[in-house]
Design a protein around this ligand. Structure first.
Ligand code: NDP
Ligand code: GDR
Length: 381
């Protein structure tokens, strides 16, 4: 019987880490994951994959670690001897990176160097393949569209600058030491387990709460920003394909379509059947989306008895504006499609549907708790 392949995932507790772990386990891999020590549990996204640490021959094994700790990373790589490392760990929120720029440089930039250097020091350059989670944020200020592997970079945030270092140090170790190290330049990808403060999830959660009478308004920043949004499930499959390619290369992964934040709001609110009005700084449109689709909500087994039918307001609040913004992202995935045979299962409407369906279900639980007389309780009451 062929030996099981071993993968190490940094950032396994994040959106992509959780989907990738599930994907690799299904492929028969032994998956090691690095999680941070936190004061509250942070493994919600992978709890369904959990295996009792007291039984032998587990396929999912978690290790405490941190991208800022070289010795810890080196020890874990030495102990696990991975065939493939997926370096997904990062402080991944662009707006927050303006608040914590030095930490982001350390975790997202130098953290990548720590992984590469550990593989080199341990003599694993011929054995271990490395996937680096690069980003469309590298393109930043628009130089050309659609953006492809050859488009020049112009990063616009401490996050993007740190990721630019990570990109080039990956290329450099590949060229200097012959390592199979690749960048996946991934455009935005979302899912029902997307972090709650990224714009898509903030919108689908709010639309669901508003539909169920748990929230009145949604405050957002720049409604005109355009993003090329795909589904995380399609994108983690591509991470694996990149490491199975014949040669180590860098790849753009995108849908080839771009949408404004404003339209993402409209699609999500339409799914929940809510009338919508935009208000606030710089808003010239007082448009109303009147696409009440109660049938869809019903089809998702959603209790719509709380649905509010009057207009709901989405307010622009400048506190969510960024010091420097990335106005337009639109990727060209032709290379990945032609050379690796990658294609997508989800389009934007599928993505919105998947996220809305999941958040409506999640929020319905809060309605039952509220109706049952439960309220958020202070531990100190
Ligand atoms: P998430 O923010 O959901 O997950 C990030 C993961 O990194 C979490 O597991 C987090 O742990 C972990 N992490 C953060 N800081 C550290 C640290 N110092 N040491 C160890 N672990 C750490 O991101 P995504 O899953 O969305 O993205 C995965 C990667 O892909 C990231 O590198 C991101 O920058 C990049 N990327 C994402 C895109 C997207 O649209 N999603 C697009 C392009 C690139 P914890 O759970 O404890 O917070
Ligand atoms: P992004 O994702 O910065 O593209 O980075 P995010 O969802 O945070 O923002 C997308 C766009 O929406 C605008 N926006 C808001 N954003 C947030 N978070 N909250 C708001 O209230 C809001 N209102 C408007 C933003 O200004 C921006 O233009 C994501 C991350 O996953 C990165 O890690 C990854 O590298 C890139 O995608 C590709």
């Amino acid at each position: 019987m062929a030996q099981q392949k071993v993968a190490l995932i940094t950032g396994i507790t994040g959106q992509d880490g959780s989907y990738l772990a599930e994907f690799l386990l299904k492929k028969g891999y032994i998956v090691h994951g690095i999680k941070r020590r936190t004061s509250l549990f942070n493994t919600d996204r992978i709890d369904h994959l959990y295996e009792d640490p007291h039984v032998e021959n587990r396929n999912l094994i978690l290790h405490y670690g941190d991208m800022t700790d070289s010795m810890n990373l080196t020890r874990i790589i030495q102990e696990t001897q991975p065939d493939e490392i997926y370096n997904l760990a990062a402080m991944s929120h662009v707006a927050v990176s303006f608040e914590t720029p030095e930490y982001v440089a350390n975790a997202d930039g130098t953290g990548t160097l720590r992984i590469l250097e550990a593989v080199k020091l341990l003599g694993l350059t011929k054995k271990t393949k490395i996937y680096q989670a690069s980003t469309s944020e590298l393109y930043g200020k628009v130089q050309e569209t659609p953006q492809k592997e050859t488009t020049p970079f112009y990063p616009r945030s401490p996050y993007a600058v740190a990721k630019m270092y990570a990109y080039w140090i990956t290329v450099n170790y590949r060229e200097a030491y012959g390592m199979f190290a690749c960048n996946g330049i991934l455009f935005n990808h979302e899912s029902p387990v997307r972090g709650e403060t990224f714009v898509t999830r903030k919108i689908t959660r709010a639309a669901s709460k508003i539909a169920l009478g748990l929230q009145d308004k949604l405050y957002l920043g720049n409604l005109d920003a355009k993003r090329d949004w795909g589904h995380a499930k399609d994108y983690v499959r591509m991470m694996w394909m990149i490491l199975q390619a014949e040669q180590p290369e860098d790849w753009v992964i995108a849908t080839g379509q771009t949408t404004t934040v404003r339209d993402f709001v409209k699609f999500s609110f339409a799914y929940a059947g809510i009338n919508l009005r935009f208000e606030g700084v710089g808003v010239d449109e007082v448009g109303i989306v009147d696409s009440l689709d109660l049938e869809k909500a019903k089809a998702s087994n959603i209790d719509i008895s709380h649905l509010k039918l009057e207009q709901t307001v989405v307010c622009v609040d400048p506190r969510y504006f960024r010091p420097t913004e990335v106005d337009l992202l639109l990727g060209d995935p032709t290379k990945a499609e032609q050379k690796l045979g990658w294609n997508r299962e989800y389009n934007l409407q599928d993505l919105v549907n998947d996220m809305m369906k999941s958040d409506l279900k999640l929020m319905t639980k809060d309605v039952y708790l509220k109706d049952g007389g439960y309220k958020t309780m202070s531990y100190f009451e």
